[in-house]
Design a protein around this ligand. Structure first.
Ligand SMILES: Nc1ncnc2c1ncn2[C@@H]1O[C@H](COP(=O)(O)OP(=O)(O)OP(=O)(O)O)[C@@H](O)[C@H]1O
Ligand SMILES: [Mg+2]
Length: 476
């Protein structure tokens, strides 16, 4: 657990804390804003030709071997075979087939081919090594010939490909049929969870124009904890201390941000501030959260089956959760009609609840909530809706993936009430950008706005006496 804030030292600039951030270059070195068009960062270059040719040759041989395997392997018995048995079987069939064709391969090539064949039969083919690669956080497939990965916040083109669209479709089919779903022309997109917990989405032609699109958000066994996020420069120790007080004193918190901005990671890290004695219920479309507490009930919504039946929505889960005596409710992402029940829960004793929302700022998050209420078909005057939001939500944390790939908590905003028809907010912390290094890394620091927290008294009464220095602006 994160140590309660004790220090009295002033805030450090963010980039001093981040191992990935560059040494702060003097501001005057940053490229002037109105000069020539900045060269666009390019995807990693394709590997050299010779390597490519060798890969192609290996690919062809592998294809032949794959055919030989399918002809010779007893597929029905395959599911029961142990890894060792299957590997031995693959090796035997491959050896026989290669000998018959008079193909000689190096030892290294043989090992590689055996592994690839194993991955084809048991796993997800070309995606398998990427799934195993710990440094890869996202896998993005744009048709059979283009696979991108994200490593350390940066997108890179890989030299891995599928043989053709049929190969890609076969792998997609393997994934979705394992979870009892189907994807085809009449049902062209699907969400699923891989065995290892990774989140999977696919869309197939003709809706996907240039071949199937696949996105995989890899499941991280060790989710980034508060300390890691502070170390990576996502926010400061002072902000962490503030958030700890906010969570521990049961304020309702929304983490807002764009796609892949770190919302779920932040939510997960914030949950570590919840006391172990509390009963926590989580509701998600794809179970990603990993709570450390003992008393956790996890729910996952379910889409309708092929016949269009059996859907269990997040709203269904949430309504049911309210009858399950929760101390806290955490909804992975609020994006539909469940907003009504979420706001009600936050307003009626289930304080300390948390969720994420897809929005670009605290203000935007509030208006998204408004829209969701309207879309859910609730006829309520706008002022009443806003009043309900204002009393339900206490803090909005804005996560952002900045243009250099770094993820930061760019703002922490408190909702303080209503002023006429408008929800009143005050920003407590923000990330202040000051420039850009020549290699397009963002320079900046975190600062408090200088405004005293609306919840200071609450924090104090609950034993979280935050020193005033936390709320002083950074003037370095
Ligand atoms: N501060 C950070 N530093 C480095 N990596 C981070 C940070 N925050 C999140 N990540 C990584 O970024 C990826 C996306 O994070 P996360 O799943 O939390 O985003 P999200 O906003 O919930 O995405 P989505 O909109 O797809 O649900 C993950 O691989 C996560 O480990
Ligand atoms: Mg998420």
């Amino acid at each position: 657990m994160f140590a309660r804030y004790k220090k009295n030292s002033p805030a450090q600039p963010a980039n001093a804390a981040s191992p990935t951030a560059p040494a702060a270059a003097p501001a005057q070195q940053a490229a002037p804003a109105h000069t020539v068009i900045r060269p666009l960062p390019k995807a990693e270059p394709a590997p050299v030709d010779r390597e490519k040719k060798r890969k192609e040759r290996l690919g062809e041989i592998k294809l032949e071997l794959h055919k030989a395997l399918l002809d010779n392997l007893n597929l029905a018995a395959l599911d029961k075979a142990s890894e060792q048995e299957l590997r031995a079987e693959i090796n035997a069939i491959a050896t026989e087939s290669l000998e018959a064709q008079g193909i000689v391969l190096s030892r290294e090539e043989r090992t590689q081919i055996n592994q690839d064949l194993y991955d084809e039969v048991r796993g997800l083919g070309p995606l398998e090594p990427l799934l195993k690669d710990e440094s890869v956080s996202d896998i993005l497939v744009n048709g059979p010939q283009q696979i991108f990965v994200e490593r350390g916040g940066k997108l890179q083109l890989t030299d891995i490909t599928f043989k053709d669209e049929r190969h890609l479709l076969r792998i997609i089919d393997k994934i979705v049929s394992a979870v009892g779903r189907r994807v085809d022309e009449s049902n062209p997109y699907v969400d699923a969870r891989l065995e290892d917990g990774s989140r999977f989405n696919a869309m197939v032609p003709p809706v996907a124009v240039d071949g199937s699109l696949v996105s995989i958000r890899k499941f991280k066994k060790d989710k980034l904890a508060i300390d890691d996020l502070v170390r990576y420069g996502a926010f400061t120790e002072e902000m962490a201390a503030y958030l700890q007080a906010a969570v521990a004193t049961r304020l309702n918190i929304i983490v807002s941000g764009g796609t892949g901005s770190g919302k779920t990671t932040t939510l997960n890290a914030l949950s570590s501030f919840i006391a172990n004695a509390e009963r926590i219920l989580t509701i998600e479309d794809t179970a990603e959260l990993q709570l450390q507490q003992t008393h956790v009930g996890r729910m996952e919504s379910r889409p309708a089956n092929v016949e269009g039946r059996g859907a269990v929505t997040q709203r269904d889960c949430l309504r049911n959760a309210l009858r399950m005596r929760p101390d806290r409710i955490i909804v992975g992402e609020t994006r539909g009609e469940e907003v009504i029940d979420m706001l009600q829960a936050m307003n009626t004793g289930h304080d300390g609840s948390m969720t994420t929302i897809h929005a670009n700022s605290a203000r935007d998050a509030a208006s998204r909530l408004e829209n969701m209420v309207a879309m859910a078909g609730i006829e309520m005057p706008i002022k009443a809706v806003r009043a309900q939001i204002a009393s339900a939500v206490n803090i909005i944390v804005q996560a952002s993936r900045l243009q250099d790939g770094s993820r930061r908590m760019v703002s922490i905003t408190e909702i303080t009430g209503m002023e006429g028809e408008v929800i009143s907010m005050q920003e407590i912390f923000r990330f202040q950008r000051t420039g850009l290094t020549p290699d397009n890394k963002i320079i900046g620091h975190f600062t408090a706005s200088g405004v005293r927290s609306h919840f200071s008294e609450r924090f104090r009464l609950w034993g979280y006496d935050l020193p005033a220095s936390i709320f002083e602006p950074f003037n370095g």
